[in-house]
Design a protein around this ligand. Structure first.
Ligand code: BGP
Length: 482
């Protein structure tokens, strides 16, 4: 089966806070991810067995690390020092595009400096230039879960509207410095994380707001980031004059568990709240009525003004992008399984990974059709892939046929969606070179075409080894054969 589509961009994705390491080098400040220790999971598939402790009281001791715990995201895959080797591998696998993130804390460590950190700019200029030399197109995420922690301490994170302005200053610096090197920009990774885990997405702690409800905290944090996203789009269009700005959302496709009308209504509400709300905000630029009704019910009062609402309305994104790993189910009687950012209902027709993420290529086809029909904006899959506890064998490779099968099925689903009429222009596979897991902090939850020799405590050489999927992917790029 051949899959060749002119101008379609195939590639891989990483994020600074999971990949770079050197968390305190050259003036960089810490972010939340770097303050969460590795804790061995009792049961990888059990919903809720991860994400222990996001309260300020829990993360603050991490700064001095008196307990001697291991904080994996401080070390990542040591990409900071090995970036040339990594980019060489991506070029060898014939990727068209590389999605990476820039760490805000390397550019403005405290957020409120008046000038950027030259060392941080130098690192990214070298990296981006090297990517270009190797013929890669580049998509940059400006914020991949990594607001500098000092902004959380001094300003209370994204609950404070001053942080919007700090972010715009940072975005302007990036577009001034790197506008000629970057092909696509995503202001935020999975912007919905702020409504799901506001401590992680926005360094916003309930402890800082006595008497406030959790719903108020999470939806205000999200609102402020949505405004920031729209402002970046506005500024970016002025500065670069190109339609290259997208929103990135953790997609949570779910199906009704059966055709019982009660479950259909529950499913509809679930999809509004967990999917359409975020896409509506980014693509249509206003609060949907179902959310305004929910806010009334929850007594949530968004702090905003007409100027912000105009900015949202008039600066919608040029394309929609999303992460897609799995699907779930909704209904009164479903049993839960683990999932990306939140648990979801089990589906008896699907198999799951060891982490309980249900594998559903047809769900990707459904999602692409659904989003295209609803928004008529070009689509880009910015994350997809299979986490697996790969083992390096004696030949110094990994026989990851399971991953090849996962990717193949998902690529076929994209092909089918294109044949259905969907306008999709690219795909970046998550964690194309192994990196620390976002959700569980395990190094052993691997996604890459390339194996990185570190264990969960960062014992190992850090050397890179090509997996079987590396050759498979390269062959696909050269031949279009699936
Ligand atoms: C998304 C994040 C990524 C990445 C991915 C896989 O939510 O944007 O940063 O981590 O999920 O998740 P995990 O690493 O938990 O398997």
């Amino acid at each position: 089966m051949k899959f060749i589509k002119k101008d379609f961009l195939w590639g891989g994705a990483t994020a600074a806070y999971q990949f770079e390491g050197e968390f305190d080098k050259d003036g960089k400040s810490m972010n939340m991810g770097e303050m969460i220790p590795y804790i061995k999971l009792e049961d990888r598939a059990s919903p809720g067995s991860k994400r222990k402790g996001f309260a300020r009281a829990f993360v603050e001791p991490a700064i001095e690390n008196k307990e001697g715990l291991h904080y994996p995201k401080r070390f990542g895959s040591n990409h900071y020092n090995r970036y040339k080797e990594d980019i060489d591998l991506l070029a060898e696998a014939k990727l068209d595009i590389y999605r990476m993130s820039i760490s805000w804390g390397r550019i403005y460590p405290n957020g409120d400096e008046s000038t950027p950190n030259p060392k941080g700019l130098e690192f990214y200029r070298n990296l981006l230039t090297y990517c270009k030399q190797k013929g890669l197109k580049i998509m940059v995420t400006m914020h991949h879960f990594d607001t500098p922690y000092p902004i959380g301490v001094k300003y209370g994170g994204w609950m404070n509207k001053q942080v919007i302005e700090m972010f715009i200053k940072y975005a302007k610096t990036l577009m001034t410095e790197f506008g000629d090197l970057v092909d696509y920009w995503l202001p935020f990774n999975e912007i919905n994380i702020s409504a799901l885990v506001p401590m992680m997405g926005g360094v916003a702690f309930l402890e800082d707001h006595p008497g406030m409800s959790y719903d108020q905290l999470r939806f205000q944090t999200l609102h402020n980031q949505m405004v920031a996203q729209a402002k970046v789009v506005q500024l970016g269009h002025e500065m670069l004059n190109k339609k290259i700005f997208g929103s990135m959302i953790a997609n949570m496709t779910a199906y009704p568990i059966d055709c019982n009308p009660i479950n259909i209504i529950e499913w509809q509400k679930h999809q509004e709240l967990n999917r359409y709300f975020y896409y509506d905000m980014a693509a249509i630029g206003e609060y949907p009525t179902y959310m305004l009704k929910l806010f009334e019910k929850l007594n949530v009062k968004i702090d905003t003004n007409p100027e912000e609402m105009n900015i949202l309305k008039n600066n919608t994104v040029d394309f929609l992008s999303f992460s897609y790993y799995m699907s779930g189910t909704v209904g009164k009687t479903v049993e839960n399984t683990s999932g990306n950012l939140s648990a979801t209902g089990k589906n008896p027709f699907l198999k799951a990974t060891e982490w309980g993420w249900q594998i559903d290529p047809q769900g990707l086809r459904y999602t692409l059709n659904d989003l295209w029909d609803r928004y008529h904006l070009p689509l880009f899959i910015s994350e997809n892939g299979m986490g697996y506890d790969d083992k390096l064998n004696d030949q110094k490779t990994v026989e990851d046929d399971y991953r090849i099968d996962y990717l193949k099925q998902h690529f076929l689903a994209i092909k089918e969606a294109i044949e259905d009429g969907v306008n999709i222009f690219g795909y970046t596979m998550w964690g194309v070179i192994d990196l620390v897991s976002g959700g569980t902090n395990e190094m052993s939850k691997r996604y890459g075409l390339v194996y990185v020799d570190y264990d969960d405590f960062h014992n190992g050489t850090g050397n890179r080894f090509k997996k079987k999927s590396f050759d498979w992917f390269k062959h696909f790029m050269e031949s279009g054969e699936l």
